[in-house]
Design a protein around this ligand. Structure first.
Ligand code: HEC
Ligand code: HEC
Length: 216
């Protein structure tokens, strides 16, 4: 079985993600999408992971399984699936550029500049590339057709999120909810299964334009 393309790397029945939901195997694959995770080719030989926070490859994969895929059981080095994934990563290493064997940048954004304004037309394209493959079409689904949600747990943007926060977040500060979520995913006190987008993956300008498109 191709485990990178399987939802079975987590035993959670709620899991809808595969490794490929968030990672490219090799550089240049699916250039239309903006994915939050680093390219997998080269990972087998990187000296550390998660922007230097994690020294061990197996733990860095178990983190994805735990935080995003709802797995409450860590793989040990001798688990059949872990052995299989390690073999697949070693095989992919043949297709890695030297730069992919280096640590990959992953800067968690903790302070935000002024993200008001923005280019909604550019934001529409970025929304589709970075958010649409999980959230489906924005603004009630008028466009673009064919963009479905990966799970019912992913709210329709921005409507569902505005509705669920309106009782305690003033409408003119709603963009903060979106900024915090995109930058931290399910970390830093935020629950859920959404991955964080680092500054390298999505710049502040990109995020600002997405917010403009969502009319926040
Ligand atoms: C929902 C998105 C998501 C899913 C699903 C996911 N990951 Fe990740 N993964 C991330 C993010 C975000 C990071 C942190 C950024 C980074 O370093 O790549 C990460 C980090 C990693 C890293 C460390 C890469 C590095 O150089 O820092 C590896 C290896 C990895 N994931 C492998 C996997 C494997 C194998 C699977 C499937 C079992 C998987 N991931 C599932 C989002 C995901
Ligand atoms: C890999 C799938 C995935 C991607 C990519 C993704 N999201 Fe999410 N997002 C989810 C899921 C699932 C939830 C619901 C669970 C949770 O809160 O983590 C969610 C929740 C949210 C929420 C609700 C937060 C709250 O507190 O109610 C917002 C806002 C959001 N996402 C915005 C975005 C934006 C903007 C993008 C693109 C930059 C994006 N998401 C990309 C899966 C994703």
């Amino acid at each position: 079985m191709d485990l990178f393309a399987s939802t079975k790397t987590s035993a959670s029945t709620l899991n809808v993600y595969t490794c490929e939901t968030c990672h490219r195997r090799t550089e240049g694959e699916r250039p239309d999408l903006i994915l939050p995770g680093a390219t997998l080719a080269g990972a087998a030989r990187r000296p550390h992971y998660w922007g230097g926070k994690e020294p061990a490859l197996l733990k860095s994969i178990n983190d994805c399984r735990f935080f995003f895929m709802g797995s409450r059981k860590e793989w040990t080095a001798s688990d059949a699936d872990a052995v299989h994934v390690y073999a697949a990563l070693t095989d992919l290493d043949k297709r890695a550029t030297p730069a992919l064997r280096e640590p990959q940048p992953f800067t968690v954004v903790t302070s935000f500049g002024d993200l008001s304004g923005g280019d909604a037309t550019r934001g529409a394209v970025l929304y589709r590339r970075a958010c649409g493959y999980c959230h489906g079409a924005a603004a009630g689904g008028q466009e673009p057709t064919g963009l479905g949600r990966i799970t019912d747990r992913a709210p329709l943007l921005p409507d569902d999120t505005i509705a669920s926060h309106l009782s305690y977040v003033p409408r003119d500060q709603m963009r903060l909810v979106f900024i915090e979520k995109v930058r931290h995913g399910s970390f830093l006190g935020y629950s859920g299964i959404m991955p964080p987008f680092s500054r390298e993956v999505l710049s502040d300008t990109d995020l600002r334009d997405i917010l403009a498109y969502l009319r926040l």
